[in-house]
Write a new protein. Sequence first.
Length: 388
Amino acid sequence: MSTPMTYYPLFSPSDAPAVSPIVGKRVELQLLTTLKCNLKCTYCSLGVGDMVGSQGKVSYTLDALDAFIAKHLAEHEVYVTFYGGEPTLNLGFIREVMARYPAFRFQLQTNGTLLDDLPESVLAKLSNILLSIDGGETITDGFRGRGVYRQVIKNTQAVRDRMAGALTARVTWSSEETSFEELDELANTFDYVYFQFVAGEGTYSPAAMEKKKAVITRLVDKFFSSDVLYPIIPIMGIVRNKVLPSRATELYHGKTQCRVSTHILNVMPDGKIFPCPDMMYVPEMLQGDVLANWLKPSPLQPHASMPCGTCEAQAWCRGNCLKNLYLAYVKGDDHYRSKVVEPICELVRFLGREVDRHDPHAWYAKAPLGVQKTLRDCEVYEYVEIMP
Ligand code: SF4
Ligand code: SF4
């Protein structure tokens, strides 16, 4: 007897593709409200390819966004990150999107300088605010401009009681002078600290590597000696992934936890879509277009030339920054590989070994229920890259 043939329609009645380009049923819409910014940070990643300031406010309509969501994301849980440039420079767009999609989750990624101008109605809807800061006052002001550190801390305190969501410091760890005390202070001021090693050449001299490792050792020591959860996201994420390995893969189908290969869409102000916000100047990374209403699977994927398959960290790191791996191993930029990518991978592996020294499984088994739950389910994992 022959098996009845299953009929797979090419298009559903809504004209949506039968197989979604989004992997899984969650998707982060990272809406760039503008590419303009009111600061001039020295290491800004949008400076690469001259992206910063190259587009003003959003030029597609919300009706076009509606049609795009209806066609491609109707079956997904959508969460939005407002991004830029400095997204609060286009507050009108943020308000319109929040009003149009009241059931979505929202996050704001901001430099924090205009945070105290946000109205209650916007603050109340934010699940998380990611505030860019570079460490302590001297280092932050050195990269961002005089007075920025104090202004951001003041603004953070001003909005804390007016919002129910989390406040997360986003540290681009660039300077070799960034100390344990500075990061520890941020952990006291914010709900969470997420740090990421800067993708900057000239940052990873042997002496600078040793200084960073010394700080990492102290952060990990404090994580395992604290009575409460020490809210440093990369350490939390690595401990989670080592203790509960399925959590390292389930939302990302085993790929990078920054989501660029699976379920994040960076929508530029002109409606063009790219998987990684640092690669919007690379034509082959174009993934879709809100105005033309098309979307394809992310072109930023693991590649056989990348070294992760034989790396000791693969099970819990999952490819960290795919932009870095792509530039180093697919595009073959040997200088970038040796000056940026390999040192960062060495720091990631070092972080994993420091965690292992403290027996994370035994620590988790003894941790109070509340600590176990936050380590397992922290919503901020969905909003950051998790790995450093
Ligand atoms: S440390 Fe580097 S090589 Fe190892 S899994 Fe992570 S990104 Fe890949
Ligand atoms: S971590 Fe992911 S999102 Fe961030 S720069 Fe790298 S590839 Fe892009």
